[in-house]
Design a protein around this ligand. Structure first.
Ligand SMILES: [Zn+2]
Ligand SMILES: [Zn+2]
Length: 317
């Protein structure tokens, strides 16, 4: 019977006690008598609650929500229609655009957003202006070849230490969407880092804020940043927060998602794939989103490619 986190179980036992029910690893008891339950759904029914899926059992408001039919219908694998944030041989990826496309088609997705590194990421083979033109020509050719699948022209832009981006408007306006990410100078004080990222997300060409805290699990702490402020501005400027699904990042953390959603933010679940197999990492991002109470409508890549394009084009006006 004990299948949630400690916090969830303690809170549930507390509610049970008030209702005269004892909960332990052997079952539910009223006095000495066991309450018969066939499955987990029955257990929640005893307390007048809707069924709470295991991911939400964190004492994060789920018990209250379940009592008043207000649990979210959390996102499912099948809701994701396209893959955003992949690297190819144009920067530090292992596979070609076409190999990435083929893998997405095999997995049943209907579009991919190619986002190689921008030029300041020289250590990762960031793209010079000519590389971008060459890549866009190749994407145009492939879009003709794969006519039931759409390849979007994106880029992962380095947010420079002063918050500016790598290219001028002439280049930035060539992309269907962009991801702005911090990849250097991590040791700024909180105020400087916050101003740096705010400047980037206020740029009208930025669609998604990449791996918003910069953490690498087991090796790098998040950088110092006023995330509350960042979340507020992302909500008001319609910049999507990335849920970077790379298992070393899982950034943003699931604990931050519910609050950001309540502030009005939307999200992009991205694998940050550097080879074809990396695309499969998206599942970790979906699981993260599920723990963070996100629903289909909260996530941009549950939309069709045409809807994504419509969104990014209107946000430019
Ligand atoms: Zn990155
Ligand atoms: Zn990346």
């Amino acid at each position: 019977m004990i299948t949630g986190s400690k916090e969830h179980n303690t809170a549930l036992r507390h509610i049970a006690k008030k209702q005269g029910v004892k909960v332990n690893e052997y079952g539910l008891f009223r006095g000495d008598e066991i309450i018969k339950c066939n499955d987990e759904k029955d257990i929640f029914k005893v307390f007048g609650m809707d069924y709470i899926v295991p991911e939400l059992r964190e004492n994060n408001g789920e018990l209250e929500a379940a009592s008043i039919n207000q649990l979210p219908k959390i996102i499912e694998d099948e809701d994701i229609k396209g893959i955003l944030h992949v690297h190819t041989t144009y920067s530090d990826g292992t596979n070609t655009i076409e190999e990435m496309v083929k893998h997405c088609i095999e997995l049943g997705y209907s579009y991919i957003g190619i986002t190689d590194h921008s030029k300041s990421a020289y250590y990762a083979g960031g793209m010079l202006e000519d590389d971008i033109r060459r890549q866009h020509e190749e994407i145009d050719r492939l879009n003709e070849k794969y006519n039931n699948f759409k390849i979007l022209k994106g880029i992962e832009l380095d947010v420079l230490p002063d918050g500016s981006l790598d290219y001028g408007e002439d280049i930035l306006s060539l992309f269907d969407f962009t991801i702005a990410s911090v990849h250097s100078s991590f040791n700024m004080d909180e105020d400087k880092m916050t101003q740096r990222v705010l400047k980037a997300i206020n740029n009208k060409y930025v669609t998604i804020l990449g791996h918003p805290t910069g953490r690498l699990l087991l090796s790098r702490e998040p950088y110092k940043i006023n995330l509350g402020e960042i979340i507020k501005v992302c909500a008001s400027e319609n910049v999507f927060l990335e849920i970077n699904a790379n298992p070393y990042r899982l950034d943003m953390d699931w604990r931050l998602l519910k609050g950001a959603k309540e502030e009005g933010c939307k999200f992009a679940i991205c694998p940050d794939a550097h080879r074809v197999e990396g695309i499969n990492d998206i599942k970790h991002g979906i699981n993260t989103a599920r723990k963070g109470w996100l629903e289909k409508g909260d996530v941009i890549n549950t939309l069709d490619a045409s809807e994504v394009l419509l969104f990014t084009q209107t946000s430019l006006k």
